[in-house]
Every structure is written in C-alpha cells, then in structure tokens.
Ligand binder design. Structure first.
Ligand code: H2B
Length: 91
C-alpha cells in the first residue's frame, strides 16, 4: 500500500469526522464518563483493529482515549488508516 500525498490526505480527512492530521498520522481523542467506559471503548477498538489487521496507537488518560494512526510499514498515512478511522467512528 502506497503512502498518501497531502491532497489525498486532505480529501480523506474531509470525510472522516473528528480526526486531525498530526505529522504523518491522524489523531482523535474521545472522552467518556469514566475509566471503565474508556476501557470498554478501547476493547471495541481492539476488535476492529484485529479484524482489519491495522492497529492504532492508544493513549488512555482516565476517561479520555487518544487514538493515533499511521501505517508503520509505509512510514506514513495510507488508505488503511482512514478505513480503520471510519470503522472507529461507527463504534
Ligand atoms: C504483520 C502484520 O500484518 C503487520 O505488522 C500489520 C499489523 N498492524 C499494523 N498496524 C499499523 N498501524 N501499521 C502497520 O503497518 C501494521 N502492520
């Protein structure tokens, strides 16, 4: 899978609500009622990541979960990152 160029990234970001570009990755932070809710979400993300074989970096800070995505093997953003982002938006 090829790395995406800036125009392609901007186009995809426009249809992937809640995600922002940070360096060569896309980032989203989701806030929950408490830690337990945050962990339940993280476990749902894990299921989708395993299904797609594409995994986000995940930071959990009490009730806030930050997902950071890029395609390691490509050294930047690819369609896989946006596909996972859209599935996460559906959770
Ligand atoms: C062998 C396995 O397919 C690869 O390591 C997958 C797993 N999940 C992955 N996730 C992400 N974000 N980038 C990758 O390059 C990647 N590669």
């Amino acid at each position: 899978m090829e790395r995406m160029d800036g125009d392609a990234i901007d186009r995809e970001l426009a249809t992937t609500p809640g995600w922002e570009l940070a360096e060569d990755a896309i980032v989203k932070t989701v806030r929950f009622a408490d830690f337990r809710e945050a962990m339940a979400f993280v476990n749902r993300v894990a299921e989708v990541a395993e299904e797609l074989n594409h995994h986000p970096d995940i930071t959990i800070r009490w009730n806030k979960v930050t997902l950071t995505q890029s395609t390691h093997v490509a050294g930047g953003l690819t369609e896989y990152d946006f596909r996972l982002a859209r599935r996460i938006n559906e959770l």
